[in-house]
Ligand binder design. Structure first.
Ligand code: NAD
Ligand code: UD1
Length: 349
């Protein structure tokens, strides 16, 4: 019988790609999402893409009663939830500086409420969406999981706090397992072009900005700084294909079910850095679309460069990223060009 897993935030950018991979791997995912940054249309598209029905509930992870009902219902159906994959949260760094309490409430309080509901339902395993941002300014590169955690903004601090909560949660019961996945920079979209990233308003991150310039929604890209100590002066990041990242969650759930209980952290990245200008040029070559840009001042709070050491994920989870920057550009462009207005104005499937 298929194993049930609860996916919070399963209609979001990364969650929806993970949902596709869990369905393909034979799991029975149950989505809880309040759609504050997504839409139910995403789930209909996942159903059309995979040919599997998606079980979902509109709800907020801070609503313990709703979560209790979701866990109970799965148990009554004879398919109790075995593991939770926790994507739900807010993720914009600038917004977290302006509205820190929203971030502590949603990301930290929401995780605590979720753990309480898990305790009540006696669910012992969780995979958590952490971020490379927990490391802060790199003391050495690549980051390994033992690099000190020194997040530089409220968003990053919420991720480090939840990791600390999960460590204490595991320490208080010898049967509990938490797997913290520290993502580097996921970009691109499912190769089908049916699901992808659909930021509300002006994109904060580089790749969706590039695709919106390429599709003609924005005149030009602003490159934030060309005076960093990097090969061409622009910022360097470890971009990974969102479908590779999604697969990391299937591997993490498998790991959580076979490993001796405990609290673990893994970097999910490629181990390679790409500069802003390299990404622009690769996008232009891979898609044939020009990306006009201008150089502006550095963005406050940015680090010059960062990339992962993904060795632990390779050795322990059996995961590695296989898709190239060209693949990320082609797939991201397919999504953007076929859905110029994201989910909002796409025909409902
Ligand atoms: P997203 O905003 O696309 O997805 C988050 C989903 O969670 C959305 O569908 C949203 O509606 C839902 N949600 C938010 N708050 C909720 C709540 N209280 N209750 C129920 N649902 C709620 O973001 P994403 O890019 O898919 O990121 C997923 C997770 O990964 C987040 O926790 C994010 O912080 C983390 N992360 C993302 C990145 C990245 O580059 N995208 C990098 C590192 C970590
Ligand atoms: C940002 C967040 C990080 C989060 C990650 C993924 C900050 C400080 N950090 O990381 O916490 O985990 O997104 O959601 O916001 N750039 C431009 N022009 C743009 C946008 C970005 O030149 O319009 C540059 C940046 O200066 C950086 C690179 O592109 O060098 C990548 O930026 P971005 O996509 O925002 O990711 P991060 O800064 O790595």
């Amino acid at each position: 019988m298929a194993t049930s897993i609860l996916i919070t935030g399963g209609a979001g950018y990364i969650g929806s790609h993970a949902l596709v991979e869990f369905l393909a791997a034979g799991y029975r995912p149950i989505v809880v999402d309040n759609f504050c940054n997504s839409s139910p249309d995403v789930l209909r598209r996942v159903e059309a893409l995979t040919g599997f029905p998606v079980v979902w509930h509109r709800g907020d992870v801070r609503d313990e009663g709703m979560l209790n009902a979701v866990f109970s219902q799965a148990r009554q159906e004879g398919m109790p939830i075995d593991c939770v994959v926790h994507f739900a949260g807010l993720k914009a760094v600038g917004e977290s500086v302006a509205q820190p309490l929203d971030y502590y409430d949603n990301n930290v309080h929401g995780s605590v409420v979720l753990l309480r509901a898990m305790d009540r339902a006696q669910v012992k395993r969780i995979v958590f969406s952490s971020s490379a941002t927990v490391y802060g300014e790199p003391l050495s590169l690549p980051y390994t999981e033992s690099h000190p955690l020194a997040p530089a903004n409220p968003y990053g601090r919420t991720k480090a706090m939840v990791e600390a909560v999960l460590a204490d949660w595991c320490a208080s019961d010898a049967a509990r397992t938490a797997v913290n996945l520290r993502y580097f920079n996921p970009i691109g979209a499912h190769p089908s072009g049916k699901i992808g990233e659909s930021p509300r308003g002006t994109p904060n991150n580089l790749f969706p900005y590039i695709t919106q310039v390429a599709v003609g929604k924005r005149a030009k890209l602003s490159v934030f700084g060309n005076d960093y100590p990097t090969s061409d002066g622009t910022g360097v990041r470890d971009y990974l294909h969102v479908s590779d990242l999604a697969m990391g969650h299937v591997k993490a759930v498998e790991y959580a079910s076979r490993v001796a209980p405990g609290c673990f952290a893994f970097n999910l990245g490629t181990g390679r850095g790409t500069s802003v200008l390299e990404l622009i040029r690769t996008f232009e070559t891979a898609t044939g679309r020009p990306v006009p840009y201008e150089i502006l001042a550095r963005r406050p709070g940015d680090v010059a460069q960062m990339w992962a050491d993904p060795t632990a994920a390779h050795e322990k989870l059996g995961w590695w990223a296989s898709r190239s920057i060209e693949d990320m550009c082609r797939d991201g462009w397919r999504w953007q060009s076929q859905n110029p207005d994201g989910y909002a104005e796409c025909p409902t499937i």
